[in-house]
Design a protein around this ligand. Structure first.
Ligand SMILES: [Zn+2]
Ligand SMILES: [Zn+2]
Length: 372
């Protein structure tokens, strides 16, 4: 299939105004540069980080500073169809369906050269005097709440024909969970894992860990319906922390010595101290969520017990490719997370559903009504 697409000069897009303000605008359709493609966005999921950006600005940055009122299109969990190739692209062709990673590192800083492109040292240095080539679509460069976006080919992953648009938007979510498992040491089959917090990343961590052979996988949270969903995705045990003590319950399940790994996805203020008590001596903790305020931590406990702590940023280590593979093999059923669909023109309503969890919303997806 080598299709010719008619590409308009301008497109509908949403941009970040002031705090919690999203504005409908018309923007020029961007041009793909060398090693880039133009993606017609077919579906984009709303992420907790989008809500965070709207409320606080960070982690989005434009020109090294605040992203408010800078015409920035946010939205980063999108998929679509390649409609135009930049110079030198032969890895993809028009008509290919792709999901995207958020971060295209600059390729020239120390971290990018080490492969840690989600920790690019030129993050946010994209415009004005800082043309460093780094892209984090929806964070530092235009993202997915629009009809088109430009992506570097390093950020693309093929979507199989049988996978629906809405499901494919979850590849990057699953990729973030996979990256968390990577940094803890790659998760060997048979190792035990506790996941704290059944949000999308937590639920995808459960599914990815189970697909990779973790045993047992324990999920903790406060809402029974989310915990039930966790069971469907592969959790061997679930713990409702409103009904029982999370640390005690996890330790008991893990032979009273604690689990090998904890994936912290709740952002709760006491989560790190609790994780330290859930994990066994010499164990590893990955932090994939952030508390709203600085927290007190019992450092001595970490030192005495040789506990390792890792923070992750995004979907590094090409983890989206492995996540896409597990989803294509039907070992991760990401469809269970998708609860609502709206059209791009209804974005403010979609955001409201995601923010207020109306009707038990988990992943709210926005689709491009002009796709066909
Ligand atoms: Zn996200
Ligand atoms: Zn870099």
């Amino acid at each position: 299939m080598n299709e010719n697409y008619e590409i308009p000069k301008t497109m509908n897009a949403w941009v970040l105004g002031g705090v919690n303000e999203i504005l409908a605008v018309v923007k020029p359709v961007p041009e793909p540069g060398p090693a880039e493609v133009l993606v017609r966005i077919d579906a984009v999921a709303i992420c907790g980080t989008d809500l965070e950006i709207m409320a606080r600005g960070l982690p989005a940055m434009v020109e090294g500073g605040s992203p408010f009122n800078k015409n920035l299109t946010i939205g980063h969990e999108y998929m679509g169809t390649i409609v135009k190739l930049g110079a030198g692209v032969d890895e993809y062709k028009p008509g290919d369906r792709v999901a995207v990673e958020i971060h295209a590192g600059c390729g020239r800083c120390e971290r990018c050269r080490e492969g840690m492109y989600t920790s690019c040292l030129n993050y946010g240095m994209n415009y004005g005097d800082h043309q460093k080539g780094h892209r984090a679509n929806g964070f530092t460069t235009d993202g997915g709440f629009a009809e088109y976006a430009v992506n570097h080919i390093n950020t693309l992953v093929h979507v199989p024909d049988f996978m629906g648009d809405e499901e494919a938007t979850l590849i990057v979510t699953a990729g973030t969970a996979m990256y968390g498992l990577d940094v803890m040491e790659g998760l060997y089959a048979g190792k035990s894992l506790a996941v704290t917090g059944p949000g999308p990343i937590g639920l995808m961590s459960v599914a990815a860990a189970k697909a990779l052979g973790a045993d047992p996988v324990i999920l903790t949270g406060t809402r029974d319906e989310r915990l039930e969903l966790g069971k469907k995705l592969g959790a061997d045990y679930v713990v409702n922390v409103k009904k029982e003590d999370a640390v005690e319950a996890v330790r008991k399940i893990a032979g009273n010595i604690g689990v090998h790994y904890v994936m912290e996805c709740s952002g709760a203020a006491n989560a790190l101290n609790e994780a330290a008590k859930m994990v066994r001596r010499g164990g590893r903790i990955c932090l994939a969520a952030f508390p709203a305020q600085p927290v007190m931590v019992d450092v001595a406990h970490f030192v005495r017990n040789n506990i390792y702590i890792f923070g992750i940023r995004g979907e590094g280590n090409s983890a989206t490719h492995r996540a896409a593979s597990l989803m294509a093999q039907k070992k991760i059923n990401a469809r269970l997370l998708h609860t609502h669909t709206f059209s791009l023109s209804e974005l403010p309503t979609a955001i409201k559903y995601a923010r207020e969890r109306i009707d038990n919303a988990i992943k709210v997806v926005v689709t491009n009504e002009k796709k066909l």
